[in-house]
Design a protein around this ligand. Sequence first.
Ligand SMILES: C[S@@+](CC[C@H](N)C(=O)[O-])C[C@H]1O[C@@H](n2cnc3c(N)ncnc32)[C@H](O)[C@@H]1O
Length: 250
Amino acid sequence: MDFYDDLAPLYHLIFPDWSHSIRRQGEQLDSVIQSEWPGHRTVLDVSCGIGTQTLALAGRGYSIVGSDLSAREIERARREADLRGLAIDFKVADMRTAHEHHGTGYDLVISCDNSVPHLLTDEDLLLALRQFLACLRPGGGCVITVRDYDKEERGTNLVKQYGARVEDGKRYVLFQVWDFDGDHYDFSFFVVEDELATGLVKTHVMRSRYYAISVERLCELMREAGFEDVKRLDAAFYQPVLVGTKPVTG
Ligand SMILES: C[S@@+](CC[C@H](N)C(=O)[O-])C[C@H]1O[C@@H](n2cnc3c(N)ncnc32)[C@H](O)[C@@H]1O
């Protein structure tokens, strides 16, 4: 998608230290996975982006396929994997057709950091969740992490600060502006690039839309899609983690 294609070269700047976040998220996801589904090792990440969780889990010995709708993010994820000496199979794919693209038999399907709310209707979410289920072997697990929208203010002109980072002689200042429209919101992600030696400033702006779905509703949709033992884990990650298991029979 255009938003993430344009954001791909800048995406790591969202994090104060992307490498540190990769390591921390890897430890946290590994711990969730091994306590819910001990021994599960093959993973399909259906919204890997530039690879935050994919690189993390590959580095911890998981066998992982990373896919995403954004071709430029996948290009960058491939480069990041090469830089780290990690062998990862990356593909461009829409999570709503994950089963057609990736087949079945995975121990785990993951979609982290608020990716599924880019699907803007319950119908689309259900379609994607059924595809995740189809990609799993019986007994396989699904891990989804999302923003907790019950804790977010609704309104317009809402500014969300992401801070400032200095890299290669430039200071980048990052912030989003949100405008709610019912249960959805449009947002603009501004990245102001300030060249410190010359004072030359360039502003990047990327725009997209999210469905501010509640964690509770997403859990209901996971059950409706056919997952069992669906639950929300709150202290495991920096966002709520939703887990569900593909039934062994039925
Ligand atoms: C907030 S980013 C998270 C990326 C990655 N998981 C991370 O934490 O770095 C959301 C991702 O969802 C992807 N995405 C949105 N809609 C998608 C779809 N229908 N199928 C696959 N990926 C999608 C975007 O391209 C983007 O990479």
